[in-house]
Design a protein around this ligand. Structure first.
Ligand SMILES: Cc1cc2nc3c(=O)[nH]c(=O)nc-3n(C[C@H](O)[C@H](O)[C@H](O)COP(=O)(O)OP(=O)(O)OC[C@H]3O[C@@H](n4cnc5c(N)ncnc54)[C@H](O)[C@@H]3O)c2cc1C
Length: 449
């Protein structure tokens, strides 16, 4: 990675994903200038990290709804954009019934339009941040260094938008992945994979990623054993119950003590398993043809076997399945959610003795990092790390909520004169029209809700 010339900024975002785009767009909308903003990260495109995972998963429409978009103000929603672009009322009618989910292609297109028109790339320094130093003089600010301790510049306010930790595997599978005879037979739902027709696969979990893989494997002509730990997974279409996406829900959640919030999150963030038309038909057909079965239990051992892989499935909820011969295992077990799995955060936690409970940093209710965040020089986190403040923190809607609050605080601290109402309106309108124009040539994504 080339070393860049040091750059001082009013607002720096560490991370180059969706979160960075939403902070950047909000800051430009409020009236910060490009030379006041810096984004640190290696990707030339703010959608690339998400896109890689979504592609591996075969995601075609979002699980979030029409309001989750990248334009700085709330309007137009995706359903409205879709309706204008394709001159059809259907997206609006679906959206009213909460049956509209924007297509992945559409949201990527809109995100790229916003990034391009607002100059996201021109504000980016193409490197990872390795260290952040709090300095008090002459005014409170942060000094940023890259991963080889090279000086990157200073920033008055910093948003940490680092995304997820590494993919996580149950311990017996993590160990088996170190055996070269079977390592490529054990993958995560978010990794690239290919199903062999006639093969037999265990898919762990019953969340949206796992259900998606049931359908992918069945569609490829393979057989699926859907393995889950508990007899009754909960069903809900969004990451958290819909009421927690709303201001009142967020307020009630924030009023809980930290430990209660973590416990509550453990219960509501069980993953999501929506009933969707395309998947349901594929799975029912698989069940009828004897290619889909469900098991309750956990894999407690894995080794090489005649079909490729041999796994032992134990259970606390009834008879054990015992040893099974399979072609492969797909784990829908997601990411390591601990803040300590992120190298920069681990260093900050150790050096500044930041309070961590069960892998979660005790953020303030404004997502500020305790002991380092000041009203005149903010240090905040967004995304998954902010889930204990904003329960849907790791969604586009949650990222937008945190971005707005953070940039609003920065604007107050800087006494920003900002854009007038008409100027903002014109900017929003031009972005909306450009997004509609870019979406028009795309084939509308098939709605599966
Ligand atoms: C498969 C999948 C489907 C999803 N579907 C939906 C959906 O339907 N609706 C919805 O609302 N949300 C959805 N989400 C969630 C959404 O993608 C996340 O909320 C969002 O990507 C998080 O944005 P982020 O900026 O926090 O992290 P990311 O977009 O992951 O970006 C973080 C970036 O920071 C970089 N980085 C990390 N450390 C450093 C460092 N030290 N220095 C510089 N850069 C660094 C990383 O390389 C990465 O590129 C989905 C997520 C996945 C994975």
């Amino acid at each position: 990675m080339p070393t860049s010339a040091p750059r001082d900024s009013t607002i720096a975002v560490v991370g180059d994903g969706f979160g960075s785009l939403l902070v950047h767009a909000t800051a430009m909308y409020l009236g910060f200038s490009p030379d006041q903003l810096t984004i640190y990260g290696p990707s030339a495109d703010p959608v690339s990290t998400y896109h890689r995972h979504a592609h591996n998963l075969g995601q075609t429409v979002l699980r979030s709804e029409s309001e989750s978009h990248f334009l700085p103000a709330d309007w137009p929603t995706f359903a409205q954009l879709d309706a204008v672009s394709h001159r059809s009322l259907r997206p609006l009618l679906r959206s009213i019934r909460r049956k509209y989910n924007p297509g992945v292609l559409e949201i990527l297109t809109e995100a790229r339009v916003v990034a391009q028109r607002l100059g996201w790339e021109q504000c980016r320094v193409p490197t990872r941040v390795g260290w952040l130093q709090r300095e008090e003089r002459p005014d409170p600010h942060f000094v940023l260094y890259d991963e080889r301790a090279g000086y990157l510049g200073r920033a008055r306010h910093v948003m940490l938008a680092l995304g997820h930790g590494p993919l996580s595997f149950p311990a017996p599978l993590a160990r088996a992945r170190e055996d070269p005879r079977v390592s490529d037979r054990i993958v995560q739902a978010y990794e690239a994979k290919r199903y062999a027709p006639g093969g037999r696969y265990i898919v762990i979990g019953a969340g949206i990623a796992s259900v998606n893989e049931w359908a992918n494997a069945l569609a490829a002509g393979a057989a699926v054993i859907a393995l889950r730990r508990n007899p009754s997974p909960d069903e809900q279409d969004l990451n958290v119950p819909r009421c927690l996406f709303e201001a009142r829900g967020i307020d009630l959640f924030q009023a809980l003590p930290f430990e209660d919030r973590v416990r509550f999150l453990g219960e509501v963030l069980r993953g999501t398993a929506p009933r969707r038309r395309g998947w349901r038909e594929t799975i029912e057909e698989g069940r009828r043809s004897g290619r889909f079965e469900e098991l309750i239990g956990e894999i407690d051992a894995a080794e090489a076997g005649p079909a490729g892989l041999r796994v032992h499935v134990g259970s606390e909820h009834g008879p054990e399945a015992g040893w099974l011969d399979v072609t492969g295992v797909v784990a829908g077990t997601g990411f390591d959610r601990s803040v300590l799995a992120l190298p920069l955060m681990r260093r900050l936690v150790e050096h500044y003795e930041l309070p961590v409970h069960e892998g979660r940093l005790r953020l303030r209710s404004n997502c500020g990092v305790p002991s380092l965040d000041r009203p005149e020089s903010r240090l905040c986190m967004m995304g998954l790390a902010a889930n204990n403040v904003i329960p849907h923190g790791d969604t586009i809607a949650g990222l937008k909520y945190v971005a707005r609050r953070f940039v609003g605080d920065c604007a107050r601290a800087e006494r920003l004169r900002g854009r007038g109402v008409l100027d903002r309106f014109a900017l929003q309108l031009s972005l909306g029209l450009a997004a509609a124009e870019a979406i028009r040539p795309l084939r509308p994504s098939e709605q599966i809700a």
